[in-house]
Design a protein around this ligand. Structure first.
Ligand code: ZN
Length: 345
Protein backbone atom coordinates (compact mmCIF):
# COMPACT_ATOMS: atom_id res chain seq x y z
CA UNK A 1 0.00 0.00 0.00
CA UNK A 2 1.00 3.63 -0.40
CA UNK A 3 1.63 5.67 2.73
CA UNK A 4 3.34 8.70 4.14
CA UNK A 5 6.15 7.63 6.46
CA UNK A 6 9.44 8.81 7.93
CA UNK A 7 12.58 6.89 8.86
CA UNK A 8 14.12 9.63 10.99
CA UNK A 9 12.82 12.70 12.79
CA UNK A 10 13.11 16.20 11.40
CA UNK A 11 11.27 18.75 9.29
CA UNK A 12 8.98 18.10 6.34
CA UNK A 13 11.92 16.80 4.30
CA UNK A 14 11.77 13.52 6.28
CA UNK A 15 8.22 12.79 5.08
CA UNK A 16 8.23 10.24 2.27
CA UNK A 17 5.44 8.94 0.07
CA UNK A 18 5.97 5.35 -0.91
CA UNK A 19 5.20 1.67 -0.42
CA UNK A 20 4.71 0.11 2.99
CA UNK A 21 3.64 -3.49 3.73
CA UNK A 22 -0.15 -3.91 3.62
CA UNK A 23 -1.18 -4.75 7.21
CA UNK A 24 -3.24 -7.90 7.87
CA UNK A 25 -5.90 -7.95 10.60
CA UNK A 26 -5.28 -10.39 13.46
CA UNK A 27 -7.88 -11.72 15.92
CA UNK A 28 -10.29 -8.97 16.97
CA UNK A 29 -8.89 -6.53 14.43
CA UNK A 30 -10.23 -4.89 11.28
CA UNK A 31 -8.55 -3.34 8.28
CA UNK A 32 -9.89 -0.03 7.06
CA UNK A 33 -9.34 1.38 3.60
CA UNK A 34 -8.73 5.05 4.45
CA UNK A 35 -10.78 7.60 2.46
CA UNK A 36 -9.88 10.65 4.52
CA UNK A 37 -7.37 11.41 7.28
CA UNK A 38 -6.92 14.61 9.26
CA UNK A 39 -3.81 16.43 10.43
CA UNK A 40 -3.31 17.40 14.07
CA UNK A 41 -0.59 19.33 15.85
CA UNK A 42 0.34 15.96 17.35
CA UNK A 43 1.57 14.88 13.90
CA UNK A 44 4.08 17.72 13.91
CA UNK A 45 5.36 16.78 17.40
CA UNK A 46 5.66 13.14 16.27
CA UNK A 47 7.56 14.13 13.10
CA UNK A 48 9.88 16.42 15.10
CA UNK A 49 10.59 13.62 17.54
CA UNK A 50 9.00 12.70 20.87
CA UNK A 51 9.76 9.59 22.96
CA UNK A 52 8.26 6.18 22.08
CA UNK A 53 7.84 6.78 18.32
CA UNK A 54 8.97 3.61 16.50
CA UNK A 55 10.83 4.12 13.20
CA UNK A 56 9.96 3.95 10.42
CA UNK A 57 6.57 5.40 11.33
CA UNK A 58 3.37 6.17 9.44
CA UNK A 59 1.88 9.25 11.14
CA UNK A 60 -1.78 10.27 11.46
CA UNK A 61 -4.26 9.83 14.33
CA UNK A 62 -7.55 10.69 12.65
CA UNK A 63 -9.13 8.80 9.80
CA UNK A 64 -12.30 7.41 8.25
CA UNK A 65 -12.94 4.90 5.52
CA UNK A 66 -14.42 1.55 4.58
CA UNK A 67 -13.78 -1.76 6.32
CA UNK A 68 -12.08 -4.01 3.75
CA UNK A 69 -11.11 -7.04 5.86
CA UNK A 70 -11.82 -8.41 9.33
CA UNK A 71 -9.74 -10.74 11.49
CA UNK A 72 -10.88 -13.94 13.27
CA UNK A 73 -13.66 -13.45 15.81
CA UNK A 74 -14.89 -10.10 14.49
CA UNK A 75 -18.66 -10.04 13.94
CA UNK A 76 -19.03 -6.29 13.66
CA UNK A 77 -18.18 -4.19 11.73
CA UNK A 78 -18.36 -6.07 8.41
CA UNK A 79 -16.47 -5.47 5.16
CA UNK A 80 -18.07 -2.56 3.29
CA UNK A 81 -19.12 -0.67 6.44
CA UNK A 82 -18.35 3.08 6.54
CA UNK A 83 -16.44 3.75 9.74
CA UNK A 84 -14.45 6.38 11.59
CA UNK A 85 -11.52 5.64 13.87
CA UNK A 86 -11.25 6.36 17.58
CA UNK A 87 -7.49 6.98 17.72
CA UNK A 88 -6.80 5.88 21.32
CA UNK A 89 -5.75 2.23 21.73
CA UNK A 90 -6.15 0.52 25.10
CA UNK A 91 -5.72 -2.93 26.62
CA UNK A 92 -9.25 -3.63 28.05
CA UNK A 93 -7.85 -5.56 31.04
CA UNK A 94 -5.92 -3.12 33.27
CA UNK A 95 -7.65 -1.63 36.33
CA UNK A 96 -8.39 1.63 34.47
CA UNK A 97 -9.86 -0.05 31.37
CA UNK A 98 -12.00 -2.28 33.60
CA UNK A 99 -13.20 0.87 35.36
CA UNK A 100 -14.22 2.41 32.04
CA UNK A 101 -11.37 4.95 31.97
CA UNK A 102 -9.71 3.86 28.73
CA UNK A 103 -7.54 6.97 28.32
CA UNK A 104 -5.90 6.15 31.69
CA UNK A 105 -4.91 2.70 30.35
CA UNK A 106 -1.39 1.67 31.42
CA UNK A 107 -0.75 0.66 27.80
CA UNK A 108 -2.50 3.63 26.20
CA UNK A 109 -1.28 4.42 22.69
CA UNK A 110 -2.38 6.77 19.94
CA UNK A 111 -2.54 5.99 16.22
CA UNK A 112 0.36 7.59 14.38
CA UNK A 113 2.35 8.10 17.60
CA UNK A 114 3.29 4.72 19.11
CA UNK A 115 1.65 2.62 16.34
CA UNK A 116 1.15 3.00 12.57
CA UNK A 117 -1.26 5.80 11.73
CA UNK A 118 -3.85 6.90 9.21
CA UNK A 119 -1.75 8.63 6.52
CA UNK A 120 -1.90 5.49 4.41
CA UNK A 121 -4.23 3.67 2.08
CA UNK A 122 -4.98 1.09 4.76
CA UNK A 123 -4.72 0.65 8.51
CA UNK A 124 -5.38 -2.20 10.95
CA UNK A 125 -6.97 -1.39 14.32
CA UNK A 126 -8.89 -3.29 17.02
CA UNK A 127 -12.57 -3.66 16.02
CA UNK A 128 -13.53 -1.73 19.19
CA UNK A 129 -11.76 1.35 17.77
CA UNK A 130 -14.08 1.77 14.80
CA UNK A 131 -17.53 3.37 14.91
CA UNK A 132 -20.17 3.67 12.17
CA UNK A 133 -20.05 7.07 10.45
CA UNK A 134 -23.21 8.98 11.38
CA UNK A 135 -25.65 9.41 8.50
CA UNK A 136 -25.06 12.51 6.42
CA UNK A 137 -21.38 12.86 7.36
CA UNK A 138 -18.74 12.66 4.64
CA UNK A 139 -15.50 10.74 5.14
CA UNK A 140 -13.73 14.10 5.46
CA UNK A 141 -16.11 15.29 8.19
CA UNK A 142 -15.88 11.93 9.97
CA UNK A 143 -12.08 12.16 10.01
CA UNK A 144 -12.12 15.77 11.16
CA UNK A 145 -13.28 15.49 14.75
CA UNK A 146 -12.24 12.41 16.78
CA UNK A 147 -8.88 13.48 18.28
CA UNK A 148 -9.46 17.14 19.15
CA UNK A 149 -13.14 16.89 19.99
CA UNK A 150 -12.76 13.88 22.27
CA UNK A 151 -9.98 15.76 24.05
CA UNK A 152 -12.20 18.83 24.34
CA UNK A 153 -15.20 16.79 25.47
CA UNK A 154 -13.35 15.19 28.37
CA UNK A 155 -11.80 18.51 29.44
CA UNK A 156 -15.02 20.52 29.37
CA UNK A 157 -17.81 18.04 30.11
CA UNK A 158 -16.12 15.57 32.45
CA UNK A 159 -13.07 17.16 34.05
CA UNK A 160 -14.29 20.76 34.45
CA UNK A 161 -17.99 19.76 34.45
CA UNK A 162 -18.90 23.12 32.90
CA UNK A 163 -22.39 24.33 33.76
CA UNK A 164 -24.62 26.91 32.02
CA UNK A 165 -24.12 29.65 34.62
CA UNK A 166 -20.33 29.47 34.44
CA UNK A 167 -17.66 31.50 32.71
CA UNK A 168 -14.84 29.83 30.79
CA UNK A 169 -11.56 31.27 29.52
CA UNK A 170 -9.96 29.38 26.62
CA UNK A 171 -6.41 30.16 25.53
CA UNK A 172 -5.56 29.90 21.82
CA UNK A 173 -9.12 29.12 20.74
CA UNK A 174 -8.33 29.57 17.04
CA UNK A 175 -7.95 25.85 16.47
CA UNK A 176 -7.07 22.39 17.73
CA UNK A 177 -8.40 21.04 21.02
CA UNK A 178 -8.88 24.60 22.34
CA UNK A 179 -11.04 25.53 19.36
CA UNK A 180 -13.10 22.37 19.90
CA UNK A 181 -13.33 23.19 23.63
CA UNK A 182 -14.89 26.54 22.71
CA UNK A 183 -17.70 24.77 20.85
CA UNK A 184 -18.22 22.17 23.58
CA UNK A 185 -18.29 24.85 26.32
CA UNK A 186 -20.96 26.71 24.33
CA UNK A 187 -22.92 23.47 24.02
CA UNK A 188 -22.80 23.30 27.84
CA UNK A 189 -24.36 26.76 27.90
CA UNK A 190 -21.39 28.61 29.41
CA UNK A 191 -20.23 32.16 28.68
CA UNK A 192 -16.94 31.80 26.85
CA UNK A 193 -14.04 34.25 26.68
CA UNK A 194 -11.30 33.30 24.27
CA UNK A 195 -7.82 34.41 23.33
CA UNK A 196 -6.29 34.19 19.88
CA UNK A 197 -3.91 36.14 17.65
CA UNK A 198 -4.62 38.43 14.71
CA UNK A 199 -7.77 40.05 13.40
CA UNK A 200 -8.77 37.26 11.06
CA UNK A 201 -8.65 34.55 13.73
CA UNK A 202 -10.32 36.89 16.23
CA UNK A 203 -13.31 37.41 13.96
CA UNK A 204 -13.60 33.67 13.31
CA UNK A 205 -13.48 32.90 17.04
CA UNK A 206 -16.08 35.58 17.61
CA UNK A 207 -18.33 34.08 14.94
CA UNK A 208 -17.89 30.67 16.58
CA UNK A 209 -19.70 32.12 19.58
CA UNK A 210 -17.13 33.51 22.02
CA UNK A 211 -18.62 36.42 23.98
CA UNK A 212 -15.27 38.16 24.29
CA UNK A 213 -12.23 37.62 22.06
CA UNK A 214 -8.88 38.87 23.35
CA UNK A 215 -5.99 39.29 20.90
CA UNK A 216 -3.08 38.21 23.09
CA UNK A 217 -0.56 39.78 20.75
CA UNK A 218 -1.77 43.28 21.62
CA UNK A 219 -4.17 43.13 24.58
CA UNK A 220 -3.56 42.36 28.26
CA UNK A 221 -5.44 39.08 28.73
CA UNK A 222 -5.58 39.26 32.54
CA UNK A 223 -6.89 42.81 32.53
CA UNK A 224 -9.57 41.93 29.97
CA UNK A 225 -10.70 38.93 32.03
CA UNK A 226 -10.83 40.98 35.23
CA UNK A 227 -12.86 43.65 33.48
CA UNK A 228 -15.44 41.33 31.94
CA UNK A 229 -15.87 39.37 35.21
CA UNK A 230 -15.82 42.48 37.45
CA UNK A 231 -12.57 41.29 39.09
CA UNK A 232 -14.10 37.94 40.07
CA UNK A 233 -12.25 35.81 37.51
CA UNK A 234 -13.58 32.86 35.51
CA UNK A 235 -14.84 29.55 36.83
CA UNK A 236 -12.85 27.47 34.37
CA UNK A 237 -9.66 28.02 32.34
CA UNK A 238 -8.78 25.70 29.46
CA UNK A 239 -5.00 25.99 29.06
CA UNK A 240 -3.23 23.79 26.51
CA UNK A 241 -0.62 26.48 25.81
CA UNK A 242 1.65 25.91 28.81
CA UNK A 243 4.54 28.15 29.80
CA UNK A 244 3.35 31.33 28.11
CA UNK A 245 -0.13 31.35 29.64
CA UNK A 246 0.09 29.42 32.90
CA UNK A 247 0.55 32.42 35.19
CA UNK A 248 -2.28 34.24 33.41
CA UNK A 249 -4.44 31.16 34.00
CA UNK A 250 -3.61 31.06 37.72
CA UNK A 251 -4.48 34.74 38.05
CA UNK A 252 -7.56 34.62 35.81
CA UNK A 253 -9.35 31.81 37.59
CA UNK A 254 -11.88 32.67 40.29
CA UNK A 255 -11.72 31.41 43.86
CA UNK A 256 -12.71 27.74 43.89
CA UNK A 257 -12.31 27.51 40.12
CA UNK A 258 -10.32 25.08 38.03
CA UNK A 259 -7.70 25.01 35.31
CA UNK A 260 -7.74 22.13 32.85
CA UNK A 261 -4.65 21.28 30.82
CA UNK A 262 -4.28 18.83 27.94
CA UNK A 263 -1.00 20.06 26.54
CA UNK A 264 1.90 22.46 26.72
CA UNK A 265 2.54 23.81 23.23
CA UNK A 266 4.86 26.59 24.43
CA UNK A 267 6.74 24.49 26.97
CA UNK A 268 6.12 22.17 29.94
CA UNK A 269 7.76 24.03 32.83
CA UNK A 270 6.03 27.33 33.62
CA UNK A 271 6.72 29.37 36.71
CA UNK A 272 3.98 28.63 39.18
CA UNK A 273 2.58 30.69 42.01
CA UNK A 274 1.66 28.06 44.60
CA UNK A 275 0.06 30.70 46.83
CA UNK A 276 -2.51 31.34 44.10
CA UNK A 277 -3.40 27.65 44.12
CA UNK A 278 -3.98 27.15 47.84
CA UNK A 279 -5.29 30.57 48.73
CA UNK A 280 -7.87 30.59 45.94
CA UNK A 281 -8.37 26.81 46.34
CA UNK A 282 -7.86 26.22 42.63
CA UNK A 283 -8.13 22.72 41.17
CA UNK A 284 -5.55 21.86 38.49
CA UNK A 285 -6.95 19.08 36.29
CA UNK A 286 -5.02 17.10 33.73
CA UNK A 287 -6.84 15.54 30.80
CA UNK A 288 -5.92 13.29 27.89
CA UNK A 289 -8.12 12.04 25.06
CA UNK A 290 -11.36 10.41 26.31
CA UNK A 291 -12.93 7.21 27.51
CA UNK A 292 -15.38 5.20 25.37
CA UNK A 293 -18.46 6.62 27.08
CA UNK A 294 -17.32 10.18 26.36
CA UNK A 295 -16.51 9.26 22.77
CA UNK A 296 -20.02 7.86 22.24
CA UNK A 297 -21.53 11.01 23.75
CA UNK A 298 -19.40 13.15 21.42
CA UNK A 299 -20.44 11.01 18.46
CA UNK A 300 -24.11 11.60 19.24
CA UNK A 301 -23.51 15.37 19.48
CA UNK A 302 -21.87 15.30 16.05
CA UNK A 303 -24.53 12.97 14.57
CA UNK A 304 -27.31 15.31 15.70
CA UNK A 305 -25.56 18.34 14.23
CA UNK A 306 -24.99 20.08 17.58
CA UNK A 307 -21.25 20.02 16.92
CA UNK A 308 -20.10 20.78 13.39
CA UNK A 309 -16.44 20.00 12.76
CA UNK A 310 -15.10 22.47 10.22
CA UNK A 311 -12.88 21.58 7.27
CA UNK A 312 -10.39 24.17 6.07
CA UNK A 313 -8.63 22.47 3.19
CA UNK A 314 -8.24 19.07 1.52
CA UNK A 315 -4.88 17.82 0.22
CA UNK A 316 -4.05 14.57 -1.59
CA UNK A 317 -1.96 12.18 0.49
CA UNK A 318 0.88 12.74 -1.98
CA UNK A 319 0.88 16.42 -0.94
CA UNK A 320 1.50 15.66 2.74
CA UNK A 321 4.57 17.92 2.93
CA UNK A 322 2.50 20.85 1.68
CA UNK A 323 -0.28 19.98 4.12
CA UNK A 324 2.17 19.92 7.08
CA UNK A 325 3.70 23.20 5.93
CA UNK A 326 0.23 24.73 5.70
CA UNK A 327 -0.55 23.57 9.24
CA UNK A 328 2.71 25.01 10.57
CA UNK A 329 1.81 28.39 9.09
CA UNK A 330 -1.13 28.28 11.51
CA UNK A 331 -3.56 30.21 9.33
CA UNK A 332 -6.13 27.42 8.97
CA UNK A 333 -9.54 27.58 10.59
CA UNK A 334 -10.75 24.02 10.74
CA UNK A 335 -9.19 20.73 9.88
CA UNK A 336 -6.63 19.98 7.20
CA UNK A 337 -7.61 16.75 5.45
CA UNK A 338 -5.49 14.26 3.51
CA UNK A 339 -7.16 11.94 1.02
CA UNK A 340 -5.24 8.92 -0.26
CA UNK A 341 -7.10 8.55 -3.59
CA UNK A 342 -4.30 9.87 -5.75
CA UNK A 343 -1.65 7.19 -6.21
CA UNK A 344 0.89 9.28 -8.13
CA UNK A 345 4.05 10.56 -6.53
ZN1 ZN B 1 -5.86 -0.80 29.95
Amino acid sequence: MKAIFFEKHGGNEVLQYGDRPTPEPGPGEVRVSIRAAALNRLDIFVRNGIPHVPLPQIPGADGAGIVDAVGPGVERPAPGDRVLLQPGLYCTVCEFCRGGEQSLCVQYRILGEQVAGTFAQQIVVPARNVYPIPEGLSFEQAAAFPLVYQTAWRMVVTRAAVRPEQTVLIHGAGGGAAGAALEVALLCGARVFATTSGEQKASLVKSAGAELVIDYTKDDVLRAVREVTHKRGVDVVIDCVGEKTWMISLKSVARGGCIVTCGATTGPNPTEEIRQIFWKQIAILGSTMSNDQEFRALLSAVASGRLKPRIDRIFALTEARAAYAYMEEGRQHGKIILTPESRDL
